[in-house]
Design a binder for this molecule. Structure first.
Ligand SMILES: [Zn+2]
Length: 90
């Protein structure tokens, strides 16, 4: 059984406010995430182990973007998203 048998996958964009480490300017940035929401029903023909795995699976999202480009036209430097959380349970 694979992740795609358990979850419906969807790409979403969430806005977050970051300040550029180079020029210190704050802006809103669109950050892409993939959300994996558990299917309403488990797939057919699961063995007991797989069924247990399905039952204990929780919805979560994974951050796609690691880097952003500063929106300040005089800067435009790339910087890493200053958050260690790249996987979040929903
Ligand atoms: Zn900057």
């Amino acid at each position: 059984m694979q992740e795609r048998d358990i979850f419906d996958e969807r790409q979403e964009t969430k806005t977050a406010n970051f300040s550029c480490p180079n020029c210190r300017e704050r802006s809103d940035y669109d950050v892409r995430w993939v959300t994996r929401r558990k299917k309403k029903r488990p797939p057919g023909n699961l063995n007991p182990h797989e069924r247990a795995q399905f039952e204990k699976s929780r919805d979560y999202m994974v951050r796609v973007d690691d880097m952003l480009m500063c929106k300040n036209m005089r800067c435009r430097k790339r910087f890493e998203i200053p958050s260690s959380q790249s996987v979040v349970f929903i």
